[in-house]
Design a protein around this ligand. Structure first.
Ligand SMILES: Cc1cc2nc3c(=O)[nH]c(=O)nc-3n(C[C@H](O)[C@H](O)[C@H](O)COP(=O)(O)OP(=O)(O)OC[C@H]3O[C@@H](n4cnc5c(N)ncnc54)[C@H](O)[C@@H]3O)c2cc1C
Length: 251
């Protein structure tokens, strides 16, 4: 952005506005407290896969990891959990297509792809899958090769994964590139009737799958995203054994 001179010869620095506006162009309710939201953002906005956007309403702002990849701009996709006692999410739950939210002009965050490791182990609780979907969509879109993604996602119920169809489909199309393991922590409950996949909290199955996949700390980066309790436990299990763990806490 070029600076201009005023009549007295002083330099006027043109700054971008502190807050922009994004329009909601789509919403899909997954459950009573989980939704996918699509925003249309100004053309000046850009981001790296894994980063977050800060959106707001009534002056209350919160960060949300971006699910979509940069090639999908000007659309930005978010996966949001309702915090009933929270300040922003109950307000977002009242919105739909045509409504507006504020947004900060720049994406932020360092929870991005680490290309230096051939094996990428991604561990998420529910909405914590967002940055991983962005990274994988972008990787495939750019036609990159040479890395292998192992995605473990935990939820209480099997209707909360959000991106299980997409990840299963990508895994079957690219078996040499992606493995996806969803796990439910309450297998005995009626809402999980018929579930035939993995069971247990995602942090408790990490070591088993490291063994199954034959991963080693020397060639693997572990990313953990979502609830702090999960992240702390994954770190407690892996850091003493020499694994590198990159983390993003949502609560
Ligand atoms: C980098 C980053 C990325 C994030 N990405 C996402 C995302 O992709 N999707 C998403 O849904 N959220 C995400 N979050 C969380 C989000 O920013 C908000 O904190 C969340 O939506 C709650 O906002 P709120 O205003 O409704 O609740 P607040 O008014 O901020 O919180 C009310 C209370 O609820 C607690 N709380 C906050 N979040 C949770 C939670 N998830 N579960 C239980 N208790 C909680 C708070 O500690 C507080 O005590 C992210 C947070 C960070 C820091």
């Amino acid at each position: 952005m070029g600076d201009k001179m005023d009549v007295s010869g002083q330099t006027l620095v043109k700054r971008p506005p502190a807050v922009l506006t994004a329009r909601i162009v789509g919403r899909r309710d997954l459950t009573g407290d989980l939704m996918l939201l699509w925003l249309e953002v100004p053309s000046s906005f850009n981001f790296r896969p894994g980063q977050y956007i800060t959106i707001g309403r009534d002056g209350i702002e919160r960060p949300y990891s971006i699910v979509s990849a940069p090639h999908e701009l000007p659309r930005v996709e978010l996966f949001i959990e309702l915090v009933p006692q929270g300040k922003l999410t109950p307000r977002l739950w009242r919105l739909g297509p045509g409504d507006e939210v504020t947004m900060r002009p720049r994406a932020k965050g360092l929870f991005t792809f680490e290309p230096g490791y051939p094996n990428q182990l991604m561990v998420a609780t529910v909405t914590g899958i967002a940055p991983f979907v962005s990274i994988i969509r972008d990787y495939l879109h750019r036609g990159e090769r040479g890395h292998r993604f192992y995605v473990l996602q935990g939820a209480s119920y099997c209707d909360e994964f959000g991106y299980d169809s997409e990840l299963r489909e990508l895994a079957s199309r690219h078996p040499d590139l992606l493995t996806y393991v969803p796990t439910v922590s309450r297998p005995q409950e009626e809402r999980n009737a018929g579930w035939q996949g993995e069971t247990g909290r995602v942090n408790t199955i990490v070591e088993k799958y490291i063994e199954t996949f034959g991963l080693r700390p020397e060639d693997t980066i572990v990313y953990a995203c979502g609830h702090s309790g999960m992240i702390q436990d994954v770190k407690a299990r892996l850091l003493p054994k020499g694994w590198r763990v990159k983390e993003e806490h949502f609560d």
